[in-house]
Design a protein. Sequence first.
Length: 253
Amino acid sequence: MKILTINVNKGGAGKTTLAHNLAEYFALDSKVLLFDFDDSANLTHRYGEFDGIKNTVIKLFDGGVDESIKLSENLSLYAGSSQVEQLKEQLNSRRRREYLFGKWLGENYDHLEGEYDYLIIDTENDEGILTVNALIATDMVLGIAEASKDSVTALGRLKKFVSEINQDFERNITLKFIANKINFAETASKDLLDALESYPEYLGYLPRRTVLANDVALVNQPFNKVDDETYAIVIGLFETIKQELDKAGEDGE
C-alpha cells in the first residue's frame, strides 16, 4: 500500500483536479482510497453532496473506524467536511497532534492494506496541522504549479517544508513536481517549464485543456471528447507518477 499527498501552498494550481483524475486512473487496475482534507470539499463534490454523512475525514482524528464511501468497484472516499477549520483549532490542544492521522493508519493498517493499493490525500493550500499529519504519513508528496509568477516560489516553499518534515520527524518522504495548465503559445507556460527543468523533482506537465477540469475524469470520458495527443501526455505523466510512487513506497519500507 502506497500513500500519495498532493500539496502546494497556493490556490488555483489544480490540486483537486489532479487528485480526481489521478485516482480514477489508478483505479483502472488498482484499489484506491481518497481522502479530502480540504475544508472546501471540492474533491468530494466531484462525486456528490453526501448530505448528513458521518464518515468524513473528521472521524479519522478521533479514532474513527474505516467506513469510507464506496464510489465504484475500485475507488472509495473519505469525504471532506466544512468542519475542518474547527477540527484544526481543536487539535491545537492535543498531545502528539502531528501523528493523529498516522496513528489512525497504524491502528487500521491491516485492514487498509488488505483493501487498498493506493491512498491519495488532497490537502488544503497550507502548511497547517492536517497537512503536516498527511505529510508525516505519506510516501510521496506531489507538488503542482500552474503557469503564474508565484508558482516556482510556491514549489520552493514546499521543498523547504518537506525537508523540514523529514528532518523534524525523521522521515524520508519523496518529493516530486509537475506543471499544470501549460499552453505553449504563452510565455508564462514556457517560463515555468524552463524554470522547472532545473529541478530534479520535476516529472512533467499537464496541458491546459477543458477536459481535465471536467467533473468526469479524463479516463472516463468518451474517446471522441479527448484528442489523442492530450490523452497520451496525461496518461504518460500519470504512469510516471505511479512508478515514482511505487518506488518511493518501496524505499520507505
